[in-house]
Structures are given as C-alpha cells and as structure tokens.
Design a protein. Structure first.
Lengths: 246, 103
C-alpha cells in the first residue's frame, strides 16, 4: 500500500498540463514523433526491397518483428544465411534495452491479456519517450499503435520506392536516420527535464548526479560497446540515482 | 516467401516476446524502495542512456555536425521553449549546414 500511495503521489506530481489526455491533444503529442520515423522506416523498406524481399515480407517483418535497429541488423544476417538462433541472439542483444522499459511501463498497459500483449509488442523507443507516467491504457495504446502503424506502412512504402528508384539515388553517405535521432534526443531530454525537477535536493546536487550518470554511461559504452552497454548501464545508473537519493 | 525471410520474421517476433511481451506480464513483488526505483529512477536512467547513446553514435559518425546540432537541440529541449517539430527541423537543418562547412 505504501508503494501504491507513493506511486500515485508521484503521478500526481507530474505536470498534467503538458500531458493532456484528450484525443486531439494525444494526436498533437504523437504526430511529430510518428512523422520523424517515416524516413527511417522507408530506408528499411528500400534496403529490404533491394535484398529481394517482397512487399508482404516487408509488411510482416514490420508487424511481427517491429524493432528499428533489429530489423536493420537482421537484413544482412538473413542475406548471409544466418540461422534462427544467430538472428535471435543478435536481435535480442540489440533490443535488450526494451526490458527495463517494458517493466517500467507495464503498470499503464490495459488489464485484459490480449490488449496488454498487443500494447507490450508495440513498445518502441519513441513511444516510450512520448508516453507519460499518468497516461491511461487507452492513451498508451493509441500512442503506440500510431507509431507502430506509421512504421509498418512507411516500410512498405519504402519497399515500393526501392523497387522503383535507381540504386545510385540513395548513397550510403546519406544519414537518413538523423531526424529520428534528433526526435529521440528531444523527447529524452524533455522527459529528463520534467522528471529531474521532481527529484529532491538542490539543483547543483542534481546536476552533479546527472554528470556522474552520464560519465558512467559513457564509460560503459566504451567498455562494453554500444550493443551490450544498455542493461548494465541502465541498472548502474538507476542504482546511482537511488543511492544519491538515499 | 523465402526461408531466410521467414526465419528473420520468426526471430524478431521471438525477440519481441522475450524483451517486451513477457516482461509486461511478470508481476514483481518489490519492497517500497525498489518499487519507487522502478517508477522514478529507472525511467530517468533509461532517458539518460538514450541521450548518451544518441550523442555517442551520432558524434562518432560526424563529430562537429552532430555535436553542434545536438547541442542546439539540447538547449531547446531543456529550455522547453519550442515544440518537437520545430526542434527537429532546426536540429536537422543545423546538422546539414554544419556538414557543408569546410574542414
């Protein structure tokens, strides 16, 4: 009960004016993010079409295997004849970052098992960063489904373009994923701004804590690589933040 | 459909089950301190790692253009003065402009 009370208090502390839950307000929140992932998903579709994937295959990999980095990594592996467990190991390693997100957001999912499973499958980086602690299950489902469907449809559109466009039009030096990185950075920093404001302590102490967390995270990326740092780094950063609070 | 694409789709779906669907159904009975950590510190930790990962990846690829652009995005996001679309447009335009600079 104590933990429930604390959770409710925390949710009530969040600035609700920035997280209106009406349908138009939700659209305003999710639309920019959904638009930002269009070029990334289209790029995946183009690459998949060049690897001789059919439109049905591109649609299915988006629907069932919805994961940006995992899909990009799986394409060359599939072309090189990698087996199921190799593909599973690589994609699970790449997507292990979803574990803490799935645990942390489980409380705001629908209660019935099928909608809950669907909503859990639709979890993505952009959706997690767009959601707020106080969002209702319906709002969470709408945010996730909008981003998910945009991803799938853009992938299919990209595959259509990939068949139509000459190969030399898309040079490898073009960083089509950059707008999505900017969007994710903005969402992450906006969430941090709101959440850090709720942490107890002086502003200087919070900044010192933040600097320590960033340093720790960077050290773990350098040590373990950008593929394997996620779980150790998220856990270590959480421990550091909890320790500083205590 | 080819066997390679079936295997890829199956592996990615199995991954989704492992890292997203199953954890959503796992009920963790935690002490209040750990419960608070899951609700408050863990999301903050995830967002810190998002930011560090994006900066590390993009700066590794195009050091000056990404650093300049992400600095602008960071100032805007932390200041809370502009919306997402405007910031994304400014950040991407800054990146493209800095890429054109000599050196």
């Amino acid at each position: 009960m104590a933990s429930l009370r604390e959770g409710k208090t925390f949710m009530q502390q969040l600035p609700q004016s920035e997280f209106l839950t009406g349908r138009p307000a939700l659209w305003r929140r999710v639309a920019p993010t959904a638009l930002a992932i269009v070029p990334v998903s289209m790029l995946f579709g183009v690459l998949a079409a060049r690897a001789d994937w059919s439109l049905l295959e591109v649609a299915l990999v988006g629907l069932l295997g919805f994961t940006g980095s995992g899909q990009f990594a799986a394409l060359p592996l599939a072309q090189s004849g990698a087996g199921f467990f190799t593909l599973l190991l690589v994609s699970a390693s790449l997507n292990s970052r979803y574990l803490p997100m799935a645990f942390a957001s489980a409380a705001r999912l629908p209660r019935r098992w099928l909608p809950k499973a669907v909503a859990a499958h639709l979890l993505g980086d952009e959706a997690y960063a767009t959601e707020a602690q106080g969002d209702s299950p319906a709002a969470v489902l709408m945010i996730r489904a909008t981003i998910f469907l945009t991803w799938v449809l853009s992938g299919v559109l990209g595959a259509c373009l990939g068949r139509a466009l000459p190969a030399h039009w898309l040079g490898s030096e073009l960083n089509l994923g950059y707008p999505a990185s900017v969007v994710l950075m903005y969402l992450a920093l906006s969430q941090l701004r709101r959440r850090l404001a709720l942490l107890p302590g002086r502003r200087l102490a919070i900044l010192v804590r933040l600097a320590l967390c960033v340093t720790l995270s960077l050290a773990l990326i350098r040590l373990l690589g950008s593929l394997y740092f996620w779980i150790p780094s998220v856990l270590a950063t959480s421990v550091l933040l909890s320790w500083a609070r205590a | 459909m080819s066997q390679a694409s079936w295997l890829t789709i199956a592996a990615l779906f199995a991954t989704s089950c492992l890292v997203r669907i199953i954890p959503a159904f796992v009920t963790l009975r935690l002490r209040p301190g750990l419960q608070r950590c899951l609700q408050e510190e863990l999301p903050v930790a995830v967002f810190i790692n998002f930011a560090v990962y994006i900066a590390y990846s993009e700066i590794g690829r195009e050091p000056w253009a990404a650093a300049g652009s992400l600095l602008i995005v960071g100032v805007i996001a932390l200041g809370g003065s502009m919306g997402l679309i405007t910031t994304a447009a400014i950040g991407t335009a800054a990146y493209a402009a800095l890429l054109q600079l000599p050196g």
